[in-house]
Design a protein around this ligand. Structure first.
Ligand SMILES: Cc1cc2nc3c(=O)[nH]c(=O)nc-3n(C[C@H](O)[C@H](O)[C@H](O)COP(=O)(O)OP(=O)(O)OC[C@H]3O[C@@H](n4cnc5c(N)ncnc54)[C@H](O)[C@@H]3O)c2cc1C
Length: 558
């Protein structure tokens, strides 16, 4: 029997940090990941990680205020306070573990400016910060000898008598199904970017953990809060880091005007992401774009700075757009990037299902509220990964393993698989996924309205029917990616349901949720979280108050 005190699902930054913390708390811990750990999407994080270090006169309260304002006052302020006070110690820990952050001219840890923040507090490793941190944490896990189920795919959570006590998973290399018993499970499965087409996210980012939790009755919260990043490449959706604007790049419309002066005269290109994306979309919609895009101009930054700090962007420009950013502006547009919503947790990472925890992008504790600040996500993953790892280990401590009828679970899955393998239709996951992604982008993008969201809601049963018909071309069990993509599509459909229902419920514009039919923020009625819970009678929508500690909502200007 495979069994561990603490089982961490996901080997991105949240998962690795959680596993390390659980290990340090004395638990027998394992990580399970559908890809090799360092291929997790955290690897793609370019720009950096925020922290307010006091050695340069910064302080956590300013960071907290910027985060709260960025969240459009929807973030829970107790959680934000915790994140911002822990940021410094967490950053220094990472440095001590071996992350080689860029230095400034005086040899101290260097910073770059990021959007929505009064000062430069983003620490970085060139433009591959996520990769640098992920590799260092992986080394730590290897040193600690933590078991990694590499290229294993979690299919379902096991909940008995209301407690989470393990998972059903498939070893991708063989296609064999196993039960892994655990006293606590931490979901660190990342976001759901690929539910939208296009997206900056890797192909593997399909909302699995959010759906797994939703399926066992854990509420998801503020799922309507979908971040569109201001600078993604046309068509492919590949990300151009906010670090480019942090280093001074300009946004121009077709007339060569720095249009942000009309929308955010103080912070210009470095206003928060929702504001910049809306401004770009307005320029495009009002005919001042070029072929659905505006331009990002890096030319004045100079070749040396670009080579030193934006080398990956230089390559991305050449490879994916055929543009040399040193010589010409690059066309960009707002594109799906991040989900602020996720599995509702408390600050210890607990969901409402005992034994089930969540951290990182799949969770919503809620530090990002209606809009996440750039470089606050990596911070969220390490701070709350760390804390949930510790608490999941405490929960497991002294508990006995539950007796599970392993054969029943495995046989149940085998039966589902044989039904799936025996289908003979022309319906394929790829076309459904594309159609769903385009519909999500169209109706849940930068601007939304009731009519669009209702029409999307009405389309979902049709997508589900097609999904129920989808058949596989690859009928083998060994490394069957056809099967994996199909299973992921099932998770995506659950996520879509909660996003649309959340969007319809929230009748105001706040953060990333901009409704043309309710253009204003409405604190009187909607300073609230929106929760969606799956019940036997279908999804149920409810609300919860936002935690305010000391920052009262104000008008948001940049
Ligand atoms: C291109 C890009 C650039 C970014 N840049 C920045 C930045 O500069 N700063 C910043 O703060 N944020 C940035 N972000 C956001 C940030 O990188 C992510 O929010 C964060 O890394 C998510 O980490 P995570 O640990 O929650 O999940 P991930 O890193 O996405 O890891 C998820 C893990 O879950 C596993 N998994 C998922 N489903 C299953 C399953 N069914 N079975 C088994 N395993 C599963 C995967 O294998 C993977 O190991 C960026 C995001 C993107 C896409």
């Amino acid at each position: 029997m495979l069994e561990h005190d603490v089982l961490v699902v996901g080997a991105g930054l949240a998962g690795m940090r959680a596993a390390l913390a659980a290990h340090q708390s004395g638990a027998n811990v394992a990580i399970i990941s559908k890809v090799h750990p360092v291929r997790s999407h955290s690897n793609a994080a370019q720009g950096g990680i925020n922290a307010a270090l006091t050695d340069r006169g910064d302080n956590w309260e300013d960071h907290a205020f910027d985060t709260i304002k960025g969240s459009d006052y929807l973030g829970d302020q107790d959680a934000i306070e915790y994140m911002c006070t822990e940021a410094g110690p967490e950053l220094i820990d990472l440095e001590h573990m071996g992350v080689i952050f860029n230095r400034d001219d005086e040899g101290r840890l260097g910073t770059r400016a990021f959007g929505g923040q009064q000062r430069a507090r983003t620490f970085f490793v060139a433009d591959f910060t996520g990769q640098a941190i992920l590799h260092v944490l992986y080394e730590q896990l290897m040193k600690a000898d933590v078991r990694v189920y590499e290229e294993w795919f979690v299919l379902e959570l096991i909940v008995e008598e209301g407690e989470c006590c393990g998972v059903i998973a498939m070893e991708i290399a063989t296609g064999s199904v196993f039960v892994i018993r655990a006293k606590s499970v931490i979901l660190c499965t990342g976001g759901l970017g690929r539910l939208f087409e296009p997206s900056t996210n890797a192909l593997i980012v399909t909302g699995d953990g959010i759906a797994l939790a939703y399926q066992v009755g854990a509420p998801v919260m503020d799922m309507e809060m979908v971040q569109y990043h201001p600078t993604t490449l046309k068509g492919s959706g590949v990300l151009i880091t906010e670090g480019a604007r942090g280093e001074g790049a300009h946004l121009l419309n077709k007339d060569g005007e720095r249009f942000m002066q009309r929308y955010a005269p103080n912070m210009m290109e470095l206003a928060s992401r929702d504001v910049v994306s809306r401004s770009e979309q307005t320029e495009i919609d009002e005919g001042r774009g070029i072929d659905g895009c505006v331009l990002l101009d890096c030319r004045h930054l100079g070749e040396d700075l670009i080579a030193e700090r934006l080398s990956q962007i230089l390559e991305i420009g050449m490879d994916f757009a055929g543009v040399d950013i040193r010589k010409e502006p690059i066309p960009i547009q707002p594109g799906m990037h991040y989900i602020m919503g996720g599995i509702k947790t408390d600050m210890d990472g607990r969901t409402i299902v005992p034994g089930l925890y969540a951290a990182g992008e799949c969770a919503n504790v809620s530090v990002h509220g209606g809009n996440r600040l750039g470089a606050n996500s990596l911070l969220d993953t390490v701070v709350f990964g760390h804390r949930s790892g510790r608490h999941a280990a405490d929960w497991a401590n002294g508990k006995a393993y539950r007796d599970l009828n392993v054969d029943d679970y495995v046989d149940g899955k085998e039966k589902e698989f044989s039904d799936l393998f025996s289908r003979q239709t022309d319906e394929r996951w790829s076309q459904i996924r594309l159609d769903l992604g385009k519909a999500m982008d169209r109706y849940m993008g930068v601007y939304r309205d009731e009519e669009g969201m209702q029409s999307l809601l009405a389309m979902l049963p049709g997508f589900r029917e097609r999904f129920a018909q989808a058949s596989l071309q690859d009928k083998g069990r060994v490394f069957n990616t056809d099967l994996i993509f199909t299973l992921e599509l099932g998770f995506m459909l659950d996520c879509a349901e909660s996003i649309v229902l959340g969007g319809i419920e929230r009748k105001e514009s706040r953060g990333a949720h901009s409704r043309t039919d309710y253009p204003n923020r409405d604190d009187e009625n909607w300073l609230k979280h929106v929760l969606v819970t799956r019940t036997d009678d279908g999804p149920e929508v409810s609300q919860l108050p936002v935690t305010i500690t000391k920052w009262q909502p104000e008008e948001r200007k940049y």
